[in-house]
Design a protein around this ligand. Sequence first.
Ligand code: FMN
Ligand code: SF4
Ligand code: SF4
Length: 632
Amino acid sequence: MNPINPAPAFRELRDKAGAKLRRLKDGKTVIMVGAATCGRAAGALDVLRAFRDEVKKHNLDCPVIEVGCLGHCYAEPLVIIGKPGWPPVAYGYVNPVIAERLVNEFILGDNPCPEFVLAALAPNDLLPSFQDFPRARYERKIILQNCGLIDPSDINDSIANGGYSALAKALALPPQKIIAEIQKSGLRGRGGAGFPAGQKWQACRDAQGTPKYLICNADEGDPGAFVDRALLESDPHGIIEGMLIAGYAAGADRGYIYVRAEYPLAVERLQIALRQAEDYHLIGSHILGTDYSLEITLFQGSGAFVCGEETALIASLAGQPGLPRYRPPYPAVKGLFGQPTVVNNVKTLAYVPRIMANGADWFRGIGAADSPGTAVFALAGKIVNTGMVEVPMGTTLRRIIYDVGSGIPKGKKFKAVQIGGPSGGCLPESALDLPVDFDSLQNAGAIMGSGGMVVCDEDDCMVEMARYFLEFTRRESCGKCTFCRLGTRQMLEILTDFTLGQGKLADLAILEKLAGEVGAGSLCALGRTAPNPILTTLRYFRNEYEEHITLGRCPALMCRHLIAYYILPDKCERSCDACVGACTVEAISPDKKRIKVIDPEKCVKCGTCLPACPPQYNAIVKLSPPSEVPCK
Ligand SMILES: Cc1cc2nc3c(=O)[nH]c(=O)nc-3n(C[C@H](O)[C@H](O)[C@H](O)COP(=O)(O)O)c2cc1C
Ligand code: SF4
Ligand code: SF4
């Protein structure tokens, strides 16, 4: 099918892109502001404005560029300054005042302002570099390689950094060879189930019927997961390139990106990237002068979690209600509009160009035997270095949490890690040496899911954690099957009773039975995996359930109905009134000796008083059960 060599067309494109980029940047200082959603939430747009104003004020020829997420989200807003003669330097926790100083002292002067430096991007004699961070020993960036370092809205920057070269290489091969390479690499889908990507493409290729479709699943609805969003916002061309190669291999005639409308920045950057790729004839007809053609359409989903399930996604894309259907037939055989369809996750597609560029053996050499490659996680919760990490599969949870994530803040104790969002599970301290790969996680009761990793410390209640995730799945259940529709509701009621101190020991057995039945009887993986947070917390933290039920006590002091705030009379400072002013419902007042007392009838347990009490007095405590509060 592909007698035309795509290499000359690509070379021409690469030269053109290089020339354009050189005109824009060569010999100049470049300021890159991390302005993905995470950066923006931390104030990156104010920083961007401050840089632009300052650059304009001094009439500098210095491009100020919005880039994506470097992964160090804990230090946002992040800025990288590339100044000729210096290694590129990353600055963390930047604000408009710091931005002004950086322009005046580093760009106009020669002081790199080391006090604001997070790290230089390359080893050097002057400044610490990211390679000096302990996490550098354990991270291995493959799909995050370009994130935060290229301009996602400039295809030239992408091409200059190797973008689309793997496509040129792939289009010179017959599709079957690409499938064989991906199969040999052992690439497993990163959308949750870990199905071999090459096998799915082969099934689509072999299936009867044209046209065939390729869908990039960018629905990402798991609470705590944000890697797909970050990839789309940081390196959209990498995903488009993955789609083009996958579509060519699977024999697809048309591609779709199904992205949730709640990701407006990802949508915006994808629209720009698609337009640019079209202008460069990288999508559309006769790509790079070959016989291969693929149109790619962006489709915005309305943000229902269940629409991430591939059959529901396909229904939604076809304009029908987003409800899952029974499989088989699998979408690879009968998918969109009844035609053979490959559905792949964003991360899965992001690996494809890397594998084509470096070869299957290279990929197989990274990670675990049955789970080659890297695992990418969105680290969140009680962890010092929140953000995105990419480590070889098989890295232990302990390494990820303590060496890459720098452990638990405020000297608190680790309690559990929730992996895989609502379909995943909570693993305890005894699982910290577990290697992270598809199969090990599944054996422990969790799953890789879409890459959410939420760390819990001693202040987090595992019963509440299970209730929180179940509340999510109950709300998101499409209601098509009874087990999922009613079972999640009933399990949620039982869990809620526990957190209110109204549970019975017999409810534990009912909960376990229901969890088994909902898991076994539901049509799609939403219902089938909804019990996972319950089953893992019951397996590893049963004592917490029992304390809630038999003692009315929440050991983590988290469940509001099972705690009371109390002011220790011998610690309260009579001349101090800080908590009285802090309490918004006027529940605190002085007694005759000016010792402050909380009225339990008025207290709404908001906890505002706790941090208001100066640390030298530390007079306010939480007690559970509330009956622990001493009588007057
Ligand atoms: C309720 C539910 C939600 C899902 N959400 C997503 C999602 O947001 N993104 C995704 O890629 N896969 C999601 N999946 C998995 C998809 O059904 C499908 O397995 C995946 O897109 C296949 O791509 P992969 O083989 O590259 O992993 C979800 C599955 C279920 C049951
Ligand atoms: S398991 Fe739940 S979400 Fe899935 S089809 Fe059944 S009711 Fe809908
Ligand atoms: S803030 Fe602390 S020390 Fe001050 S009045 Fe309240 S309880 Fe007493």
